[in-house]
Design a protein around this ligand. Structure first.
Ligand SMILES: CC(=O)N[C@@H](C)C(=O)N[C@@H](C)C(=O)O
Length: 869
């Protein structure tokens, strides 16, 4: 009990977030604003005022913190009275009064209330264990002199929650292939942390290691060359030569030349000079003097490549001589061309050396490129600058552009990337996303092509492009559905010099393929009977080091080799490699062992709507469930929806999803039509039908599991990000009685708002209008188009929504700007739907920074537990 307050004592009322709007209005209507302080969930008032507040609540002796009142909306005094009576019955302690001797009750953090705090504590402990599982990012194998043993180097990363970064380290090991039935990996006892390294690239022979350290400010980039036991060279490249070296996995390209003396790479071009102003106004010239009486203006705004490239300058080509440290920009490349993925062309004795690179030429503007393969690009060859140290070349030593034509090698195809020369240098193989560029869909089925490389290295723009693997339109069940590759190994070749090993989506699985670039034969070499996903890490001669995982199995290293190589019966055999890399806690292992998964085939409803054969074929969903059924019936279900929409949820291990299944949810991960991995016709059936075909596919998948007795219609929640958030918010609007709760990450809620604010306005046109949208795309949408965008958006169904929804938003998202999620969440709140919004001020579209990722999935878990157990 508190003593009667005197007029100068202060007290605090805490408001849980669901109540805060109502209470803020209530308080504002009664107290002058100086008494209200931020944050909104906490108000400090003179006790006299609090006292009158409590009298207003007919509860005069104790101040009950309103967080104890539960999360229901306080809509009438009557309701408050009930709640207060309940609180009194439960003997809740009064809130501590500043300046009084009353017992202390700890203030709860923003957004957490007593009803969820316990759940928060429990789930956060478990999520921490999932988060700490490490991932293999890359691997390299070096053959030892004897040829029997190989050395392996694994680049691994792990979330460092305290530093809010990913920790990178290296683990090495020795591989001995003892017999056909076993392989032995001897791992080093501990990994070594690569502090501050942006990327490492071993030289082809394995004798040297390049380490790049980009600075976070405007300091020079550091290039280090390591030998077997020590640092051999270290060079600092100032910003006046170039900015950060690209290590983004897309423009990124770092290539050692054949004798390992020169490295070609991609870096931001140097900062442009900005205008200088002083006492007399504009200072002529470059104004480099750091005069106290002057300042730098901004100059013209420079376009960047959008999401994740904000503020990044144009990628340009450079070479460094690792003996002298001399850096040269590659000359002759058109100023407007952004470049990346550079490789050295085969060297020809006594001739100039050439580089092959990918060039992206923006059309009218640089539209967003992240996740967007529909940006036209071509392969070019350019003569590499030469250095004094290079003997036996006839190069011009002055780096002049004279006699250095840049040749476009792929003029006849709208997209060419991931260039790889065959080991004998006879052909250049590359991947193409031409069906993306031509249709406007941001991603689609790839094709593989080759160019015969002239022996004298003199290549022209009329070089013939040969199709190796065409775009697959539609495939019969179990047959190759087409190529869907997000990366290539730097050396993907088996020793025959014509077989490439690569990973590709095949329905809901990722598989490893061998592709013979002469015969065009494609073989699935990872086990055909495995529903897990397989990803190639590197090659050990003709053997494959891979990683395999599933929604319920943490990744494992696998070693594949061909049995009966020389015969027609050759088959790939896969050995388990015991590895310290993916150790998880006993708790995680035991929880995962209670789960199972299967890949469901879901027949399409209303096939009459589908124009092509491929669009009538069943789509897939991954169903993750507990092995034992709960006594009281069904485990609740989370329907999980990927973004894109032309992306795919693979049957690989996902830490956040495994966490959600471990806290008691079954998962239905739907690869609706439009996903990658099912042939081009199924994919192209979606543009123009978003918000209906994809929504209906998800509803069909849900009905499928309900009808099969795997889910209860009253225990369904839904989770999706981006386009998956578009589907989630469409579903809670179009099928309002189906979902107990929803969670969205950077959702597309209003295309009419997105089209004017996103880095990919063309995406809004193509997905809303179909391929026609590519032709009518404009930066100035008409009123009629805006109406159409609105009508296809979740916001047009907002009045029907009932499901409590949590929003996770990245304030720096350029793809689906935060205004989309904020507008929709405010509109839901206005209609009385329970809403929670967490905004991450420094996150972009992916919300991948470790602390944000952690807080997101913890809150999703707690939100679902609150509304659907
Ligand atoms: C092409 C693209 O970025 N589309 C977004 C609307 C989207 O859905 N993004 C995907 C990649 C995601 O999962 O975030």
């Amino acid at each position: 009990m508190t003593s009667t307050p005197n007029a100068h004592q202060m007290g605090r009322v805490l408001l849980c977030s669901a109540n805060s709007n109502w209470c803020v209005n209530f308080l504002r209507s009664r107290f002058p604003s100086p008494y209200l302080s931020h944050p909104l969930s906490s108000f400090t008032l003179p006790l006299r005022r609090l006292h009158s507040l409590s009298i207003r609540f007919h509860y005069s002796d104790t101040i009950i913190p309103s967080r104890l009142l539960g999360a229901e909306k306080l809509i009438s005094d009557q309701r408050i009275n009930c709640k207060l009576a309940e609180a009194r019955k439960k003997n809740f302690k009064p809130l501590a009064m500043e300046g009084s001797k009353a017992g202390s009750v700890k203030e709860l953090p923003l957004g957490i209330d007593v009803t969820t705090e316990e759940e928060y504590t429990l789930q956060s402990k478990l999520l921490k264990e999932f988060t700490s599982i490490s991932s293999i990012d890359k691997a390299w194998i070096f053959k030892s002199d004897s040829g029997i043993n190989s050395q392996a180097l694994f680049s691994i990363s792990q979330a460092n929650l305290l530093a809010n970064k990913r920790r990178k380290f290296i683990l090495s090991g020795q591989i001995s292939k003892e017999s056909n039935a076993s392989v032995n990996f001897q791992w080093a006892p501990f990994p070594v942390e690569m502090t501050g390294a942006s990327i490492i690239v071993p030289s082809p022979s394995g004798a040297k290691l390049l380490v790049v350290r980009n600075s976070e400010n405007e300091s020079p980039s550091q290039i280090e060359i390591w030998g077997p036991s020590q640092l051999e060279k270290e060079f600092h490249v100032p910003q006046s030569i170039h900015g950060s070296i690209y290590t983004d996995g897309w423009f990124e390209g770092i290539s050692w030349n054949h004798n390992e003396t020169i490295i070609a790479y991609v870096a931001e071009e140097p900062s442009p000079t900005k205008p200088t102003f002083g006492n007399l106004g504009y200072k002529k010239g470059d104004g480099t003097d750091k005069d106290m009486n002057s300042w730098k203006g901004q100059g013209d705004w420079e376009e960047d490549w959008g999401e994740t490239y904000a503020g990044k300058r144009q990628p340009a080509l450079f070479v460094i001589d690792i003996n002298s440290g001399e850096v040269r920009a590659v000359k002759g490349i058109e100023k407007s061309l952004s470049v990346g993925q550079v490789v050295w062309a085969p060297s020809v004795e006594g001739s100039h050396r050439y580089l092959v690179f990918v060039g992206w030429s923006p059309d009218k503007r640089k539209l967003g490129i992240k996740y967007c393969y529909n940006r036209s690009c071509a392969l070019y060859s350019v003569r590499a600058p030469s250095f004094e140290s290079e003997a036996n070349t006839h190069d011009l030593k002055d780096g002049s552009t004279e006699d250095m034509p840049v040749v476009n090698l792929t003029q006849s195809i709208s997209s060419a990337f991931f260039p790889r020369f065959s080991p004998d240098g006879k052909f250049l193989v590359f991947l193409s996303a031409k069906s993306s560029v031509d249709s406007g869909a941001h991603s689609s089925t790839n094709s593989l092509h080759k160019i015969e490389w002239p022996l004298d290295g003199k290549v022209s723009s009329s070089v013939k492009i040969v199709d190796v693997i065409p775009v697959v339109l539609s495939a019969e069940d179990g047959f190759f559905p087409g190529l869907y590759c997000s990366s290539f190994l730097s050396n993907p070749w088996l020793s025959d010099g014509r077989t490439m090993i690569l990973s590709s989506a095949w329905g809901s699985r990722q598989v490893i393929l061998s592709v013979n670039v002469l015969s065009a034969e494609v073989l699935r070499i990872s086990p055909v009977d495995s529903d897990s996903s397989w990803n190639v890490l590197t090659l050990d001669g003709d053997n494959v080091v891979a990683v395999s995982s599933s929604p319920v199995d943490i990744p494992e290293v696998k070693y594949g080799y061909l049995v009966d190589k020389a015969t027609k019966n050759a088959v790939w055999n896969w050995l388990n490699v015991s590895s310290p890399i993916f150790r998880s806690s006993e708790k995680v292992r035991s929880l995962l062992s209670t789960l199972q998964f299967s890949i469901l085939k879901i027949p399409v409803k209303d096939v009459s709507d589908s124009r092509t054969k491929g669009a009538k074929k069943p789509f897939e969903a991954i169903f993750v469930s507990s092995k034992t059924k709960r006594n009281d019936g069904f485990d609740p279900l989370i329907v999980v929806l990927h973004g894109g929409p032309h992306s795919v949820s693979l049957s690989s291990f996902s830490k956040p999803l495994a966490f959600l299944s471990s806290i008691g949810y079954n998962l239905l991960i739907v690869n609706y039509r439009g996903s990658l991995g099912f042939g081009e016709e199924a994919l192209q059936s979606l543009p123009g039908k978003v918000g209906s075909q994809d929504v209906n596919d998800v509803l069909t998948a849900i009905d499928h599991v309900i009808e099969a007795g795997h889910a209860s219609p009253s225990k369904i929640t839904v989770l999706g990000g981006s386009h998956g958030g578009f589907l989630t918010t469409h579903l809670i609007g179009q099928a309002p009685d189906k979902f107990a709760a929803a969670a969205v990450r950077n959702p597309v809620c209003n295309l009419a708002l997105m089209v004017g604010t996103t880095d990919i306005p063309d995406w809004c046109y193509v997905e809303t209008y179909g391929s026609e949208g590519k032709k009518i795309f404009t930066e100035a949408p008409s009123a009629e188009q805006l109406t159409f965008f609105h009508s296809k958006s979740p916001i047009s169904h907002i009045s029907k929504v009932k499901a409590p929804t949590i929003f996770l938003l990245g304030a720096q998202d350029l793809r689906v700007p935060v205004s989309n999620g904020l507008q929709y969440s405010r509109a839901l709140k206005e209609r009385g739907v329970d809403v929670k919004v967490i905004l991450f001020p420094n996150d972009v579209h992916g919300i991948e920074r470790p602390q944000s990722d952690f807080e997101s999935f913890l809150n999703i878990g707690v939100w679902f537990k609150k509304y659907c157990k």
